[in-house]
Design a protein. Structure first.
Length: 332
């Protein structure tokens, strides 16, 4: 059985869709999982053995526009698919799916051009993204409903060696702190991260900052004031996944590291500002907590966050003090 999954949204959305691919493979071990995603998304997918064929869709670069969609569709039409799951609800995905000549096409009723789908699944805002995706499995008559964390992870020797060279996993597992986000109103104050990191160090924790190249300035600011380890801009996505797998706790804004930790059931502490856990993107680890200020009438203001606080106060983050987050850490 040939299955095609399409998810080209944000990194966190792609990470959560890995659960969906894993569940398909566990229920149908002989099926082939083809997965269309972004360049970064395919870096994630290559870490998992159950994704047989990651396919890059460079939607903002070489595959940009209708020409790029047609090029990818022509490539995909070389394979005869049994099922196509459109997990991304975008117009671009809708056009791509419509140009694929085979397979039963499944997506959400909120998808763009959803009337073109063979099966429309109700998009339920009240449940977790993981469960929303799982609703698509209703196209199968029998399915194992038991949720499980991921078991089969590719162990790339260079990524494994990178982690063992950076941290002493035989001594003490570190706490990873991810202080950044694509969205400004998802970012907890960097001086708050300084205070929290100092508290963690004083409690004997080994703290590592993680982030991409775009996060180096913020992470350098925190590291200079705390002397914690700073790995921002020095790691690939597979290396970050390997670091997460070898950590004791991930502390992060409402961003991709929350979902990386969920993949491996690593304890997680997520800080919510403009967004809310109610949107369906809470940490999934068995030992996880989140922090938000529910007392504000303007919270939440956006599902993704904004560039600036609409009220110019940013109280949803400012009201969450380092002491509040530290106490959550202690309870974990």
């Amino acid at each position: 059985m040939e299955i095609l999954i399409i998810q080209t949204a944000f990194i966190g959305d792609i990470a959560l869709s890995v659960f969906f691919a894993n569940e398909l493979k566990e229920n149908f071990p002989k099926c082939k999982i083809n997965f269309v995603s972004t360049e970064v998304g395919c870096e994630i997918l290559r870490c998992f053995k159950f994704v047989d064929n990651p396919i890059i869709f460079s939607k903002r670069n070489k595959d940009k526009g209708l020409k790029g969609i047609n090029k990818l569709a022509n490539h995909l039409n070389n394979t005869k698919y049994d099922y196509i799951f459109a997990l991304h609800r975008s117009f671009r995905t809708a056009i791509l799916v419509n140009k694929i000549n085979t397979g039963k096409k499944i997506g959400f009723d909120k998808n763009s051009l959803s009337f073109l789908l063979d099966k429309r699944i109700k998009y339920d805002k009240t449940i977790h993204e993981l469960e929303r995706n799982r609703k698509c499995l209703a196209v199968f008559t029998t399915i194992n409903e038991n949720f499980d964390y991921l078991k089969y992870v590719n162990k790339n020797l260079s990524d494994f060696n990178f982690v063992t060279n950076v941290i002493d996993t035989n001594f003490q597992k570190p706490i990873l702190v991810a202080p950044c986000s694509v969205w400004e109103t998802k970012k907890w104050d960097k001086d708050y991260f300084v205070e929290l990191s100092l508290m963690l160090k004083q409690n004997g924790e080994d703290v590592y900052l993680i982030g991409g190249k775009e996060d180096i300035e913020t992470c350098n600011y925190i590291a200079k004031r705390t002397e914690v380890h700073n790995l921002s801009g020095q790691t690939s996505i597979p290396q970050i996944l390997e670091l997460v797998r070898n950590s004791k706790l991930v502390i992060t804004n409402d961003s991709a590291p929350t979902h990386f930790a969920s993949l491996f059931n690593i304890p997680t502490l997520t800080i919510y500002g403009a967004t809310s856990p109610n949107f369906g993107f809470t940490p999934l680890a068995e030992r996880s907590l989140f922090v938000e200020d529910t007392g504000l009438f303007c919270h939440p203001c956006s599902i993704h966050g904004e560039k600036k606080c609409p009220r110019k106060t940013f109280k949803c983050m400012k009201n969450i003090t380092p002491q509040i987050v530290y106490e959550k850490y202690l309870s974990l």
